[in-house]
Design a protein around this ligand. Structure first.
Ligand SMILES: O=c1nc[nH]c2c1ncn2[C@H]1C[C@H](O)[C@@H](COP(=O)(O)OP(=O)(O)OP(=O)(O)O)O1
Ligand SMILES: [Mg+2]
Length: 202
């Protein structure tokens, strides 16, 4: 596996919540995170139908544009009662034309599960694929999963996206009720970052 040997890492995301979590998780390892917006990078179209496909698009676009290694994150939620939906379309469910509305997206998720009947499982997984791409076209892929249950009504003010409806296995609070360190220690993104650190450092 190719090593990352810089001290500044371009994280190819326009999502402020992801960027904050990456910064918190990588700072203790001496890595300074720079986001896509700070580098004036455009937001590429995510035209693939897999997490790894879209993560590759974002990482390679940023690496080519800057000449620096770039780490992207493609993530989302897979709901068992909905055969894995919204999956790679997790962000699309929140799209309104005037920005994203995650209350609308979470309501849709709850409504679609409820429509499956009282016995439908409420289990789901948060999934994260990280791709580290270099300007020469090489890349490395890392994945993380967090299993849990979708609760209704939503609870908590922390985090972002679907955090207020996601209760990780082994917890009786949602990701939006956790301290950020706690979420990072068990989350899909946290697990993928651990794999990245184990694979690309040292
Ligand atoms: O820890 C999480 N807690 C709550 N919600 C989350 C999480 N992780 C992903 N999600 C949801 C919201 C996000 O909008 C979508 C991913 O969509 P995705 O295209 O990968 O990210 P994005 O468009 O927000 O930012 P970008 O593509 O610039 O990295 O899944
Ligand atoms: Mg996106």
């Amino acid at each position: 596996m190719r090593k990352f040997d810089g001290d500044k890492l371009l994280v190819a995301t326009h999502n402020a919540g992801k960027l904050q979590e990456m910064t918190e998780m990588l700072a203790p390892h001496g890595v300074t995170v720079v986001g896509a917006a700070a580098m004036d990078l455009p937001e590429p179209e995510e035209t693939e139908d897999t997490f790894v496909g879209n993560a590759r698009i974002k990482a390679h676009a940023a690496a080519k544009a800057t000449g620096l290694p770039a780490l992207s994150d493609d993530s989302g939620i897979t709901i068992d009662a909905l055969e894995g939906a919204p999956g790679v379309y997790t962000a699309d469910w929140a799209e309104t034309g005037q920005g994203r509305d995650f209350m609308m997206a979470m309501t849709r998720a709850n409504d679609e599960i409820t429509a499956k009947g009282p016995d439908a499982p409420r289990t789901a997984q948060f999934r994260c694929t990280l791709v580290l791409a270099w300007p020469d076209g090489h890349d490395e892929v890392f994945e993380g999963v967090m299993p849990g249950t979708l609760v209704w009504p939503i609870r908590g003010e922390h985090g972002f996206g679907y955090d207020p409806m996601f209760m990780p296995d082994g917890y009786d609070i949602t990701c939006a009720e956790m301290e950020k360190e706690e979420k990072n220690s068990i989350s899909h993104r946290g697990r993928a970052v651990q794999a990245f650190l184990a694979g690309c450092f040292g």
